[in-house]
Design a protein around this ligand. Structure first.
Ligand SMILES: Nc1ncnc2c1ncn2[C@@H]1O[C@H](COP(=O)(O)OP(=O)(O)OP(=O)(O)O)[C@@H](O)[C@H]1O
Ligand SMILES: [Mg+2]
Length: 209
């Protein structure tokens, strides 16, 4: 049975698509069977996937772009296989992101360590609660140090929300790999971003077991 992760956060530009690609490619590099689903009408990942064709460094990764009622249908089909399904969801559109959340075993909520992202996650937390799904928060674009990050982490902990211990830093490597249809573990496997991505993938594997 595949473990299904929906990457969701109402705030636009929080890093959903980057996190989905980073996770899917890092799990694939660990030898996992991975399908990446783009359910966002912006089709960011469909464009990423088109660039991926023919890229020598690309590991095997399945890709689908269902929308509407096809989202649960596609996930149920993929769930029968071992491995992971990673769903990228759109910002704002409650109906579309709800479909991804409903189909998931875990909702992964990326946020930059900032008050704006913290406030914006409320709507997504409400959706996950309504759908009775477990949630894990992930700091994305984390600065290398900072009082603000510690304050936001303290606030999250005070609220009893689980924060993955494997943040992704604010690094151009993520966008550079993305522009080539790759993940950081494929494009720059010895870099700091790839190291973060592998730690993140291991943390998700632990969540799945
Ligand atoms: N860890 C990171 N380090 C540096 N830049 C990042 C990081 N994560 C995301 N970005 C950049 O932030 C921008 C928004 O990222 P992304 O498209 O992944 O967000 P999103 O939540 O999917 O956006 P949308 O809500 O529009 O779907 C992109 O330019 C991306 O390259
Ligand atoms: Mg996106």
């Amino acid at each position: 049975m595949a473990f299904v992760i929906a990457v969701a956060q109402r705030k636009g530009g929080a890093g959903k698509s980057t996190v989905a690609v980073t996770l899917a490619t890092a799990l694939a590099a660990l030898g996992e069977n991975v399908t990446l689903l783009d359910t966002d009408p912006q089709k960011t990942l469909a464009r990423w996937h088109a660039l991926r064709q023919g890229a020598a460094a690309a590991n095997s990764l399945a890709f689908e772009e269902p929308s509407g009622w096809r989202v649960p249908q596609t996930v149920e089909k993929l769930r029968k296989r071992p491995g992971f399904v990673v769903i990228d969801t759109p910002p704002h559109a409650d109906t579309d992101s709800r479909l991804g959340i409903r189909a998931a075993d875990l909702v992964l909520l990326p946020l930059q360590p900032s008050p704006a992202d913290l406030w914006a996650m409320e709507a997504t937390l409400e959706l996950t609660a309504e759908e009775r799904k477990p949630v894990a928060l992930l700091f994305n674009r984390q600065p290398s140090s900072g009082k603000l990050r510690d304050e936001i982490a303290a606030e999250i902990s005070k609220r009893g929300l689980p924060l993955l211990p494997t943040p992704l830093g604010n690094r151009t490597a993520y966008a550079s790999a993305f522009a080539l249809g790759l993940g950081v573990v494929e494009h720059a496997p010895r870099g700091s971003a790839a190291e973060e991505a592998r730690a993140f993938a291991h943390a998700i594997r632990r969540e799945a077991s």
